[in-house]
Ligand binder design. Structure first.
Ligand SMILES: *Cc1c(COP(=O)(O)O)cnc(C)c1O
Length: 395
């Protein structure tokens, strides 16, 4: 038997991540049953049903049933009529949906990444790759709202074919009914893609943008951010012809193998979500608001007081960090040296701790404040994490 350096590194990683407090908005904790099937035999299998209804691979009957059942469960969880769970990520789900609505030379509209939008929709990325033009949705960052009148004007002037909603720094829902009115009154009959990557768990839990499916043509998103499944993507729609088109833009266009082990893990997560999802999602949102409030009361600069957030994330104030000699990157490193994991974009997320059932935001804010004052709280953080993982949580 060879001596595996990688195996050792994975072991170190696992042990390390079990000792730190994860407040990364893009991540979550998978339930053990779901995690387990990721290393099942399915991990090295293919299964693909062609247009004639024949699976191109043998030995796939259970894999077929797993895919079908996971789709049924997904529709139940999201209250959708149709879904496709094959996209291997939110990005691929978005690309597959975009390919269904726009052609070379068309114009799409999205919130720029400079205002919290997903960088993939900025001109240099998906739009350039697809030969489409991307214009900005007018967005008032200070209020965290779209300027709908201005949006209508720009959409008409630019002949927009597709409106892409959703953000990576995502705090507030939209007036989707208004956006739907704008889209359907356009001569181009613009389509609406709602990219719920960050908020899929909150949409499924019925605590955020509950009208997303009603007013958009498709929802695309990740399955591993506020939704606590394996890393992957999915597409939802209530429109059969749209879904048929989208499905045609997956196999051999945006991907081939969809990783059947991931589907099994997603299906197990869906089963769990049906019983635990609503309670989880409510706690996520409550925790964000309380963490924002609690940090604010301690004098730590959090954006958008007094409401802070409607989602799983809050944003640390860049001005506040600067006054303390920090930026997003050095803030993240300072937290990391204390065993608190946040990203380098200033987002703080409550999905993972909420999934563990944790709700004492006063303790988290205290630890963050002390770390910001350059106190070493690493040992204390480790204690708290130990408590969380052993279920000794304050509910
Ligand atoms: C994270 C994110 C994506 C990409 O999702 P992956 O699952 O990492 O491919 C797409 N859109 C938005 C808004 C995101 O936040």
């Amino acid at each position: 038997m060879y001596n595996s350096r990688i195996k050792t590194l994975v072991h170190h990683h696992d042990r390390y991540r079990r000792s730190v407090l994860n407040l990364q908005a893009s991540e979550n904790f998978m339930i053990p049953d779901a995690r387990k099937v990721l290393s099942s035999d399915l991990a090295s299998r293919y299964s693909h049903i062609d247009d004639a209804g024949i699976n191109s691979y043998g030995g796939s009957s259970f894999a077929e049933e797993i895919l079908l059942e996971t789709e049924n469960l997904t529709n139940k969880v999201f209250n959708s009529r149709y879904c496709d769970v094959r996209p291997v990520g939110g990005h691929i789900a978005a690309l597959s949906a975009l390919l269904s609505f726009v052609s070379k030379g068309d114009t799409i509209m999205s919130i720029p990444s400079s205002k919290g939008g997903y960088p993939g929709y900025d001109q240099d990325y998906l739009p350039s790759m697809m030969g489409v033009r991307s214009v900005h949705i007018p967005y008032d960052y200070e209020k965290q709202v779209i300027d709908y009148d201005e949006m209508e004007m720009v959409a008409r002037k630019e002949g927009v074919r597709c409106i892409v909603l959703g953000q990576s720094a995502f705090l507030k829902s939209y007036d989707l009914r208004r956006i739907k009115e704008i889209a359907s009154s356009m001569p181009t009959d613009a389509k609406i893609i709602y990219d719920g990557s960050h908020v899929m768990g909150l949409i499924a839990g019925g605590v955020f943008q509950t009208d997303a499916l009603k007013y958009s043509d498709v929802i695309v998103g990740s399955t591993h951010k506020s939704f606590y499944g394996p890393q992957g993507g999915l597409i939802l729609s209530n429109d059969p012809s749209i879904m048929e088109t989208v499905r045609k833009n997956i196999t051999w266009k945006t991907m081939d193998n969809y990783h059947p082990n991931r589907i099994a893990a997603l299906g197990i997560t869906m089963e769990d979500f049906l019983t635990s999802g609503k309670k989880y999602a409510s706690l996520v949102v409550k925790n964000s608001r309380e963490l924002g409030q609690s940090l604010h009361e301690r004098g730590v600069g959090v954006r958008f007081a007094p409401w802070f957030s409607e989602t799983h994330q809050i944003l640390i104030s860049h001005d506040y960090l600067r006054e303390n000699g920090l930026d997003f990157v050095s803030f993240s490193r300072l937290m990391e040296s204390n065993g608190i994991i946040v990203d380098r974009d200033g987002r703080i997320g409550t999905s993972e701790i909420s999934h563990h059932g944790y709700s004492d935001m006063k303790i988290i804010s205290e630890l963050m404040e002390r770390a910001l004052k350059r106190e070493n709280v690493k040992a204390r953080v480790k204690d708290v994490v130990h408590g969380i993982l052993n279920g000794a949580v304050t509910k």
